[in-house]
Design a binder for this molecule. Structure first.
Ligand SMILES: *Cc1c(COP(=O)(O)O)cnc(C)c1O
Length: 947
């Protein structure tokens, strides 16, 4: 038997178990099951046209050869991206560690205290450095964070400033070009009038609700904004600042000036450039805006015993609850990267960061002095890490590239050079040599860095930061390794057991897919490096686009969006641009079924659309009559339908082609939410159902790990008429001929993690991909049948089958006083993460096993649920003191001298035999959600509070 096939490793059930599983389901073959699951009229007639699978070893060689095609130059381009040093202890114990990268978003706080603490560290770091009161736990990139800042200031203007007709937003021309492009994409449909200009000439008119400044400016100049800020305040104009996080170590914190929002990227805190991402952005603001803060916030609370505990705070702001009224559409963010950046601060502490920032700064000032000696004129007067010289760009560029050096060339007479953490004396001398050659002069080498400051006293930082113990305790590697491990051990990840999160597709993230991420040939390329230096990337990204285009049955793909929700927004904007191009730009109605994911309506609103909700019929499907009625009613203004397929109810609706036809007949385009693509790959596709555009969640279907809530990649795949409008980038050409503005900072979004999906497709090939889909459907239907006698599955297809997931009803147990959350918490005692709770139907769980789980693991999971069902039948609404309500049970409870519960310790902790040999202990007892929201605290509490 060949054991080098990747499909064999990726797919859980063994060939020999197939018959038993099919018998349980009641079908003769896998083909029959698929026949009973997917409607005939949308089945693909031929296999996907993709190359044959590579073995893991062949893939390692293949991807290594492509890596070698990337040319790694010394790069001083800056513009929001700087080479950084990832400490090996963080690389090995976080980035390369499935205990961290396979975890889910920390909704189940009791088994997520580790990553919650790591994210609280991140928030504390951001609050300290920016001088702001409150920070979130990461956003997607700097440019989208800036757009969120604009949206926040816009949203609060009428409430705070009583001026809802004021729609102008000023953006300093020194803002990063990708941010300006993204802001103009966003501003359009929010009704915001962007004014870009020189802040020194700004007139502080009351027509403006807010401003955005870059600190330092894109070419490195540091302005003193004190006067500007106070004049804004006088004019009641709110201020956002996009700040370089490392510069804040040396520069006065924007918070001290009294600004309203500070955003930026934490990439240079140890995160590889990765040709654009993923990197965590930060967003910090004032306490008074906490309810408008986008994204996730980690807060301090307590568990039922009053012990210190963490959890995600203020979740009622988010799209899951607020839908079209949410503060943003952010769902997946950059959790793993925020964990790493926070650990970088733990690793270096305040003194280490000061050393790094000083060295970067002195490198810049010493370089400047040498270039001035050579006769070049430095334009920047006050700067942190970037010098800007008048010089013949073309001449400099030629010699620099011969020496494998990249600078940035704003125009034909200017060269901009950004120094970073990795820059050595030798590197500086190499830069000096380039300029000496251009000048035709000799120049002495630098032999040491003099402590020359280019930051005047009034602009330099005087306040302390990172004073908390966590940033001052782990200098030895032994200590830091143990700290990281201590946090990791508190969290349940795929290294422990299956995570059956419906709609999230927590499948295997194979080591072979992950290994290339550690290769500096992939890590060390700047997103704005000349394209011919990134040949390896260009090949991978182009092929991945083509493969996704083939898989979706469409005509073109953009990899730019950094999450599914960003894909939704991008797709809708592309629809709008297309409709505009055919004289139908007035179309603005978006039909969305009631069962849709919360990001759908939130994204539609960002794209300037009005959401009209369509009903579900009794069997959970889209009510076609209601949909038709609404499509006809709005036919003059119908822009789009957003539809998830198979539905969020886990069903392949047979009316789907009729539905897409109705929308087309009434002038709309069909947006398919592709989060459930794992049930389609190789068997059907969005093109076949008649959709026009879809996003894919590469972090669900295509094996990018969940990372504890990110990174993600949310490419959009589009039909022919939409292809010309795929998003562009202002620095590097990408996207369609009539590209809409940027959706993300980087031209190809999070290029580094695209390698994972590329590897996934390469190693499975056409057959393996189809087999994976078939097994995802097999596993779901096996679980459905195994639970059948004990739980009711809410919806099935016409022939009684689930797609790749199913909704299990827990509402009947209310009669016994049991809520769905009690079941979720009790599963922890059985060693499992809860399935998706109360989406899309309140009081239910949605189970998605994925193809990667073995029959043995599915059986353990089903045994756990069956056993819990039995426990439910033993409870009553009158008696709260039971094994479900008290779940999860901690080791501390179990080993306490006192045991006052009306059931045994054994029943609490070891209700089934399999648990004893692989017990997972939750870190805390059930957390108090409400307490934390009432007493919001979003930075590390003083150490004595832990006692
Ligand atoms: C996950 C999901 C989304 C959002 O994707 P993110 O990557 O988290 O932004 C949208 N729709 C559905 C149905 C999903 O499951």
């Amino acid at each position: 038997m060949r054991t080098d096939s990747f499909a064999l490793r990726h797919i859980g059930p063994r060939e020999s178990e197939l018959k038993e599983m099919l018998d349980t389901i009641g079908v003769d073959s896998l083909d029959q099951l698929i026949y009973e699951t997917i409607p005939d009229d949308i089945r693909l007639k031929s296999p996907l046209n993709l190359p044959a699978a590579l073995s893991e070893n062949q893939y390692a060689e293949h991807i290594g050869q492509l890596a070698a095609k990337n040319k790694i130059f010394k790069t001083y381009i800056g513009l929001g991206y700087h080479q950084a040093i990832l400490p090996a202890v963080i690389q090995r114990n976080v980035l390369e560690n499935p205990g961290w990268y396979t975890a889910y978003t920390p909704y189940q706080a009791e088994i997520a205290q580790g990553r919650l603490e790591a994210l609280l560290n991140f928030q504390t770091m951001v609050s300290d450095l920016t001088g702001m009161e409150i920070a979130n736990a990461s956003l997607l990139d700097e440019s989208t964070a800036a757009a969120e800042a604009m949206a926040l200031l816009h949203a609060v203007r009428d409430r705070k400033q009583k001026k809802d007709d004021v729609n102008k937003f000023f953006v300093s021309e020194e803002t990063l070009p990708q941010t300006i492009s993204l802001l103009s994409t966003r501003a359009d449909f929010l009704g915001i009038d962007l004014v870009i200009g020189n802040h020194q000439e700004f007139e502080f008119s009351s027509e403006f609700f807010g401003v955005l400044l870059q600190y330092p400016g894109k070419y490195g100049q540091v302005h003193n904004y004190t006067e500007f800020v106070s004049q804004c305040k006088e004019a009641d104009i709110k201020i956002a600042v996009a700040a370089d996080i490392l510069s804040l170590v040396k520069l006065q914190a924007p918070g001290e000036l009294g600004v309203d929002v500070v955003v930026g990227t934490t990439q240079r805190f140890g995160i590889p450039l990765g040709y654009g991402g993923p990197h965590a952005a930060y967003f910090a603001t004032k306490e008074e805006y906490k309810r408008n803060l986008p994204g996730r916030i980690i807060g301090v609370t307590k568990d039922v015993d009053g012990n210190h505990a963490l959890r995600m705070a203020l979740q009622t702001r988010e799209q899951h609850i607020k839908r079209d009224k949410a503060t943003s559409n952010i769902c997946t963010a950059q959790v793993l990267l925020a964990v790493m950046a926070g650990m970088y601060a733990v690793y270096h502490g305040p003194d280490g960061l000061k050393y790094i920032a000083d060295t970067v700064h002195y490198s810049a000032t010493n370089l400047s002095a040498q270039l001035v000696k050579l006769g070049f004129e430095q334009i920047n007067t006050t700067y942190f890490d970037t010098v800007r010289f008048k010089a013949d760009s073309a001449a400099v560029k030629t010699i620099a590239e011969e020496n494998e050096i990249n600078f940035y060339y704003p125009d034909s007479e200017t060269v901009s050079i950004s120094i970073n953490e990795t820059t050595t004396l030798e590197d500086l001398n190499a830069i000096i040599a380039v300029f000496a050659e251009v000048a035709g002069k000799e120049c002495d080498s630098l032999v040491e860095l003099l402590e020359n400051e280019a930051i005047p006293k009034e602009l330099s930082r005087k306040t302390e930061f990172l004073t908390h113990d966590v940033f001052n305790s782990y200098r030895s590697e032994t200590e830091l390794m143990r700290y990281i491990k201590k946090l990791e051990r508190k969290d349940l990840s795929l290294t422990h057991s299956m995570i059956s999160l419906g709609s999230c597709t927590m499948k295997l993230n194979a080591a072979s897919e992950m290994l290339p991420l550690s290769n500096p040939q992939w890590g060390n390329i700047h997103p704005f490096a000349p394209v011919d230096q990134a040949e390896g990337y260009q090949i991978v990204l182009k092929r991945l686009e083509d493969q996704l285009t083939e898989i979706t049955g469409f005509s073109a793909t953009s990899l730019q969006p950094n999450s599914g929700a960003q894909g939704e927004y991008a797709g809708l904007m592309v629809i709008r641009a297309y409709q505009e191009s055919i004289g139908e730009g007035h179309r603005n109605i978006c039909l969305i079924p009631s069962s849709a994911h919360g990001t759908n309506p939130a994204s539609a609103v960002m794209a300037g659309m009005k959401v009209v909700v369509t009903k579900a019929s009794e069997n959970g499907n889209i009510d076609v009559d209601d949909l038709r009625e609404k499509a006809i009613k709005h036919k003059d203004n119908l822009a789009a339908l957003m539809v998830t397929y198979p539905s969020t109810h886990g069903v392949f609706e047979s009316a789907i082609k009729e539905i897409t036809q109705i929308i087309h007949n009434n002038g709309g385009q069909v947006y398919m939410d592709g989060a459930n693509m794992n049930a389609q790959v190789g068997l059907t596709n969005p093109g076949a159902i008649g959709a026009d555009v879809c996003h894919l969640n590469l972090h669900k279907t295509f094996a990018i790990p969940h990372g504890g809530g990110g990174p993600g990649v949310g490419p959009i795949c589009v039909a022919k008429q939409l292809a010309p409008f795929l998003p562009g980038n202002p620095v590097i050409k990408t996207g369609g001929e009539n590209a809409i503005g940027a959706i993300s900072s980087a031209p190809w979004g999070s290029a580094l993690v695209c390698l994972i999906s590329y590897g996934y497709i390469k190693m499975l090939g056409s057959k393996g991909l189809q087999k994976a889909t078939e097994h995802a459907i097999l596993n779901a239907n096996y679980v459905k049948e195994r639970l059948n006698e004990h739980y009711k599955t809410l919806y099935s297809g016409e022939r009684g089958r689930a797609a790749h997931e199913m909704i299990v009803d827990c509402r009947p147990f209310k009669a016994n006083g049991i809520e769905v959350s009690d079941i979720a918490k009790r599963l922890i005692d059985y060693g499992f993460h809860a399935p998706t709770v109360s989406f899309p139907v309140a009081g239910t769980v949605m189970i998605e096993p994925t193809e990667s789980e073995s029959k043995a693991e599915l059986d353990r999971f089903c045994d756990a649920l069956v056993s819990i069902r039995k426990e439910i039948s033993e409870t009553s609404a009158e008696e709260e003191n039971n094994v479900l309500k008290n779940a999860p049970h901690t080791l501390k409870m179990l080993t306490s001298d006192e045991w006052t519960f009306p059931y045994s310790r054994e029943k609490a902790a070891y209700p089934l035999d399999y648990i004893a040999e692989n017990k997972f202990w939750p870190g805390v007892r059930r957390v108090d959600e409400a307490f934390g929201d009432r007493n919001l605290m979003c930075t590390c509490p003083p150490t004595e509070d832990y006692a």
